[in-house]
Design a protein around this ligand. Structure first.
Ligand code: VTB
Length: 317
């Protein structure tokens, strides 16, 4: 695939961030999400791809745009599958809290796990600890192994966990093991990626969040040589039926990053609000500044891009 597609993808996440950035702190998560989705949809059509959305805003009857199965781009472009989360952390954005991002990933046809909209148990770490994690082991065991791989004490490690009652047990176990915890209210994709960035202050992301977002995080971690495992969490037999319909029949399977995002994968994200991974959109007279990350698994080049946008000279959706 053309490596320049990576830079095209940044344009998409930048446009989405500039659009939903206007909704930061306004208490209206749906409008923020709509703004990001619309901007992403429009910019996607300007890219030279013949794409199908496989991770998106939902099924066709519940999402007007970027729904699963929707075609984007045009005939003759590169045949790709697309995973999007136009605004990861809609509530964070609505409350003006930290960690909201806009994000997209691209893989050759069939590259992404078609993850149903349900929960996934996840563990993500950086390259040094890539080969030592085991989602079936206790948090203490994983922390011991990561500390050893990083040549540090467990007390030096910081684990990001979604602040939910379902995580009470693992939070207790991580505390007992001695590691530091950063509890977040929403948005576990950015911290999973941050775990692979040396100076982010995050060493591990742990716990149950959305499965589609697990695939997006896997795409990024694959590009960065990070380690990730994910296992779907089924809350009902209806969810198992939905998974079966999407081609999943081994319900206990543990997926690696490679198994969730196969082939030559591209990933891009732009900060909406400040976070451990990216700075949020900052507006100034006549324009705004964005901070993005873009990467490609084939070359493993990771770029952080700070961009200045002048509204008089470009369309803002
Ligand atoms: C949210 C969201 C995450 O998972 O937590 C969601 O903030 C599912 O958890 O970023 P809840 O149902 O408890 O809110 C994510 O969307 C992604 O993993």
């Amino acid at each position: 695939m053309d490596r320049n597609l990576a830079l095209e993808l940044v344009r998409v996440t930048e446009a989405a961030a500039l659009a939903c950035g206007r909704w930061v702190g306004k208490g209206d998560k749906n409008s923020a999400d709509d703004a990001a989705t619309e901007a992403m949809r429009r910019t996607l059509d300007s890219i030279d791809i013949n794409g199908t959305v496989v991770i998106g805003e939902g099924e066709m009857d519940e999402a007007p745009m970027l729904y699963i199965g929707e075609k984007v781009g045009h005939d003759g472009g590169a045949d790709v599958d697309i995973a999007v989360d136009p605004l990861e952390g809609t509530s964070i954005c609505a409350k003006g809290m930290t960690g909201a991002i806009t994000t997209i990933a691209l893989a050759p046809r069939g590259g992404f796990l078609h993850a149903p909209d349900m929960y996934m148990d996840k563990i993500a770490v950086g390259p040094q600890a890539c080969g030592v994690i085991d989602i079936t082991a206790s948090p203490e065991e994983n922390l011991k192994r990561v500390a050893e791989a990083k040549s540090c004490y467990i007390q030096d490690l910081t684990v990001v966990i979604l602040d939910r009652p379902r995580h009470e047990k693992i939070i207790g176990e991580v505390r007992k093991a001695g590691a530091r915890i950063h509890l977040i209210s929403d948005g576990d994709v950015a911290p999973a990626i941050a775990a692979t960035v040396a100076d982010s202050g995050v060493d591990m992301m742990l716990g149950i969040g959305g499965a589609p977002e697990g695939v997006l995080a896997a795409a990024a971690l694959k590009c960065m040589g990070g380690g990730m495992q994910g296992r779907l969490v089924f809350l009902s037999s209806e969810e198992k039926d939905r998974a079966r319909a999407m081609g999943i029949d081994d319900f206990d399977r543990i997926y690696s990053a490679e198994e969730m995002a196969g082939g030559d994968v591209f990933f891009a994200a732009t900060g909406v609000t400040n976070g451990e991974l990216l700075r949020g959109v900052r507006y100034f007279s006549g324009g705004a500044e964005t901070h993005s990350i873009v990467m490609r698994s084939k070359s493993r080049t990771v770029r952080f891009i700070k961009a200045e946008h002048q509204f008089d000279f470009k369309p803002v959706y």
